[in-house]
Write a protein that binds this ligand. Structure first.
Ligand SMILES: Cc1cc2nc3c(=O)[nH]c(=O)nc-3n(C[C@H](O)[C@H](O)[C@H](O)COP(=O)(O)O)c2cc1C
Length: 197
């Protein structure tokens, strides 16, 4: 038993797998937190289309991993204490499951538990264009406490020199609600950009 804070990291089949990888790296580099990763089958397929990295190497970035079929695993229960959950990326199908409480996989069950326990839930929802159904699901979830809808929006005020820099910035934003301060995150202070250190 350690004293690290648990963050459940869910990942579903939307575009944005580099964001998942960056989030896992940031958590791994932080001595106070540990990641519990649940990837959907859709996430696995999307990963193979988007990144030159093997599934086993992504799993290796997490402290603990679960198959989405493991509906009796720790994250399926409210008594499994966590700081909350981030779903990165979050497909419109998974968004719909969260919105309706249709918890037929460990990923969706963990989201359901996170909501019922009033813990932080960050959804990196990704689709374009967005239909009225997608927008309604996001809007209604956003009205509940402790739910952050954070689509992977580009940021130009940091003058990113690479797509990796932009990815890092978004990943840092996704983890900020859990109190994680990504070291290279460029914070807007009004007149100038500052990093944490
Ligand atoms: C390469 C690729 C990219 C995709 N991008 C998106 C996306 O950005 N948003 C989305 O909602 N679905 C996207 N999909 C479709 C989902 O993967 C599909 O609806 C899947 O059933 C989602 O299941 P899951 O949420 O259980 O992972 C994509 C699929 C592929 C193969």
């Amino acid at each position: 038993m350690n004293n690290k804070k648990r963050i459940i990291v869910g990942s579903s089949g939307a575009s944005g797998m580099p964001l998942l990888i960056e989030c896992l790296k940031i958590i791994k580099d932080n001595p106070d937190y540990e990641s519990h990763l649940i990837m959907s089958k859709g996430a696995e397929i999307t990963l193979s289309h988007e990144c030159n990295i093997e599934m086993c190497d992504v799993l290796g970035l997490a402290d603990y991993t679960y198959d989405e079929s493991e509906i009796g695993a720790g994250p399926a229960s409210g008594s499994f204490k966590t700081e909350g959950m981030v779903v990165v990326p979050c497909s419109m199908k998974t968004l719909s499951g969260i919105h309706s409480g249709y918890a037929d996989t460990l990923l969706l069950r963990a989201c359901d538990v996170t909501i019922k326990e009033h813990r932080n839930l960050v959804l990196c929802t990704r689709e374009t264009p967005l239909s009225p159904i997608h927008l309604r699901n996001m809007q209604e979830l956003s009205m509940m406490g402790n739910i952050w809808i954070i689509p992977p929006m580009m940021t130009f005020y940091i003058h990113p020199e690479s797509i990796e820099e932009m990815t890092y910035h978004i990943a840092a934003k996704l983890l900020a609600p859990f109190g994680i301060e990504a070291p290279q995150y460029k914070r807007w202070t009004g007149n100038e950009i500052k990093t944490y250190d």
